[in-house]
Design a protein around this ligand. Structure first.
Ligand SMILES: NC(=O)c1ccc[n+]([C@@H]2O[C@H](COP(=O)([O-])OP(=O)(O)OC[C@H]3O[C@@H](n4cnc5c(N)ncnc54)[C@H](OP(=O)(O)O)[C@@H]3O)[C@@H](O)[C@H]2O)c1
Length: 294
């Protein structure tokens, strides 16, 4: 039985990973404050003691605007900790599964990004995640770094839960139509991670090692935030409680934020599907399922 260590079990993705990975082995799942990626000693001891065959890192500093205010914290969690995890994975011959973001790109390409495209983050969050990718690549254990995009859940604050609550409070919504990417429900993302680990068999390190590296993995297809919001309202099971009467297009420049966002950051996920024969569902289908399951 594989020993699996899941970091970040209360996050959007981590919560779903806990359920999805449980059938694959003996799972130990932790999160802040049990472990604190700003103080790595306890994590180092945990890994040296447990000697997990698989480490899945769903922790991250994901507050995109706040990262501009406390860059050192973002870098410690998103850049330094992944490098330490990579060292520990190498030392223990463990597999490391890590997640990164579409915000490593500047959004100027105009068509979905490939893994081979040159990243150019616009803010601290993106640059700290890119440094985390590089730290893992430099150590190069048996690893997969899965870049994903616009992750949502219905249990924690996300774009989906925000749109649902705005729709019950405001008669007119203005949503940007110039930010475009792949909406990704965290449940199929966790499911795809579990499925690929299931495919890796009893000794995942060798199998993953042959396929190690960077992959894009996000909801199939892409949309603007406006298109996404309209579909959220259509699928809302509490539709009758909506007070919203109109939903209008706005521009990103209408809402200045501390961190710039890439405008077109959709990810091309063909490398992942060609390698693992797994593709996430169409974003609209996943959204319908997410809304139905609450
Ligand atoms: N959310 C998105 O739209 C998005 C888009 C692209 C890529 N991604 C990537 O996808 C992955 C999963 O994202 P997510 O949305 O599931 O993130 P999330 O919901 O923000 O969860 C991150 C988890 O990390 C924990 N954490 C934060 N600081 C920590 C620390 N110092 N020590 C230990 N744990 C700490 C958080 O705990 P607290 O809640 O207590 O802080 C939380 O449980 C991340 O790698 C993220 O960069 C996310």
């Amino acid at each position: 039985m594989n020993k699996i260590l899941l970091l970040g079990k209360y996050g959007q993705l981590g919560w779903e990973l806990h359920r999805a990975l449980a059938p694959l082995g003996d799972i130990v799942a932790v999160d802040y404050p049990e472990i604190n990626l700003l103080e790595l000693d306890s994590l180092v001891s945990l890994i040296r003691e447990m000697r997990p065959g698989i480490i899945v890192n769903a922790t991250a500093y994901t507050a995109v605007d706040q990262a501009e205010i406390e860059p050192e914290v973002a870098k410690a969690i998103n850049s330094i900790a992944p490098g330490v995890l990579a060292e520990l994975a190498k030392e223990n011959k463990s597999v490391l599964i890590h997640y990164s973001t579409d915000y490593v790109f500047d959004g100027s390409k105009g068509s979905p990004y490939f893994e081979s495209d040159t990243p150019k983050p616009l803010g601290i969050y993106g640059s700290s995640k890119l440094a985390g990718e590089k730290a893992i690549k430099d150590v190069n254990p048996a690893h997969l770094t899965l870049r994903t995009s616009w992750v949502y859940s219905l249990r924690r604050d996300s774009f989906v839960t925000k749109v649902l609550s705005w729709a019950q409070a405001q008669s007119e919504l203005r949503i940007v139509d110039d930010q475009v990417s792949n909406p990704t429900w965290c449940r199929p993302l966790a499911g795809a991670t579990a499925l690929l680990l299931a495919k890796s068999g009893e000794y995942p390190a060798g199998w993953i090692n042959e396929r190690r590296g960077l992959y894009h993995l996000a909801g199939d297809g892409y949309a603007s935030r406006l298109e996404w919001a309209k579909m959220i309202l259509d699928f809302d099971p509490q539709h009758e409680q909506q007070v919203v009467a109109s939903i209008e297009a706005a521009k990103t420049s209408d809402y200045p934020t501390p961190a710039d966002r890439p405008l077109f950051s959709a990810l091309n996920c063909d490398k992942f599907s060609d390698t693992f024969s797994i593709r996430l569902p169409k974003w609209q289908e996943a959204l319908e399922m997410a809304m139905a399951s609450g």
